[in-house]
Design a protein around this ligand. Structure first.
Ligand code: COA
Length: 273
């Protein structure tokens, strides 16, 4: 485990866990913590075998959003310091969004502002039913910025995104599923087990297949149908090359022997990791 000032990073086999660790401030993101997240992502990048990143928080908060005092109020009269903390925040958001590993947010509690964005940027969000999500910016006189509106617009429907952005009203983890902000909600007592099961499933997949699935999804939401077909075909050939045709030589050979049912299980990878 690597302990940064306000973030703990654990890498075990193919799974990295980034734990926001400033519980006394509801894991609000001060400038040091933004740098800690960058440092954690850099360390994960160096480990080419990481398939899954889990992001969660210590205590009763997932993330209380930007530290309103340390990032906004205190540096406001020093434009360069003010801009620096904003740039640090949006730059790790950009990195996380295009990270090749599958990202899973384990939302254990309060989830506001940039924390709302953090959850929304992850590929999968598993939340405690009791967690509280919110775009609270309107409550202190601004709007969800720095990428948070993008996250709302790309996860929630228009009527929901605008309602919650305009009113600043919060919603529960249970509501987050039907609003598009979470994949699944479970009672808080079951959160760890639920995430562990999903992570185990992801970690059992071929690393190149996982990365390509993410890449193809991201291009599919941007491209028209004919262009997406081109990308999807090209990526299939690339994946075949990178895996030495594992899907044909191993996965479908196992199917030929009826060793598994692909609709219900994965083939056996036998990976050394
Ligand atoms: N920035 C700075 N400090 C924050 C913070 C933030 N985003 N979120 C929480 N804190 C601090 C509180 O000010 C308090 O500090 P103190 O002990 O020095 O008084 C400490 O964390 C504990 O929070 P508290 O408000 O006492 O906890 P609570 O359980 O009563 O309420 C929240 C929890 C999350 C509802 C409340 O802290 C809150 O509204 N935070 C702001 C959330 C937000 O709007 N974030 C968007 C930022 S972009």
């Amino acid at each position: 485990m690597t302990s940064f000032t306000h973030v703990e990073l654990t890498i075990k086999d193919a799974v990295a866990t980034i734990q926001l660790n400033r519980p006394e401030k509801k894991n609000a993101l001060n400038p040091e913590m933004h740098q800690n997240i960058h440092d954690a992502l850099t360390e994960i990048e160096h480990d080419r075998g990481v398939k899954v990143i889990v992001v969660t928080g210590t205590g009763d908060a997932f993330c209380g959003g930007m530290d309103l005092e340390k990032c906004f109020l205190e540096p406001f009269d020093e434009p360069e310091a003010f801009d620096a903390s904003n740039q640090l925040a949006v730059s790790w958001s950009r990195r996380l969004k295009k990270f090749p590993a599958a990202t899973v947010a384990k939302v254990n509690g309060w989830c506001f502002g940039h924390g709302f964005q953090l959850a929304g940027l992850c590929d999968i969000v598993v939340t405690a039913e009791e967690a509280v999500f919110g775009m609270s910016e309107i409550n202190f006189g601004i709007f969800p910025g720095g990428g948070t509106m993008w996250v709302a617009a790309h996860n929630m429907g228009r009527k929901q995104a605008l309602y919650y952005a305009l009113t600043g009203e919060s919603f529960t983890g249970l509501q987050a599923v039907s609003l598009g902000m979470a994949t699944r909600a479970v009672p808080k007592a079951e959160l760890d087990a639920e995430v562990d099961a999903i992570v185990a499933s992801l970690a059992g997949k071929n690393v190149h297949a996982l990365r390509t699935t993410k890449h193809v999804y991201e291009s599919a939401v941007e491209l028209d149908f004919p262009k997406s077909i081109d990308v999807e075909l090209a990526k299939l050939y690339e994946l075949s090359y990178l895996t030495e045709n594992e899907w044909i030589r191993k996965a479908l050979e196992q199917f030929k022997r009826r060793a598994y049912r692909p609709g219900l299980q994965s083939y056996t990878i036998d990976e050394e990791r």
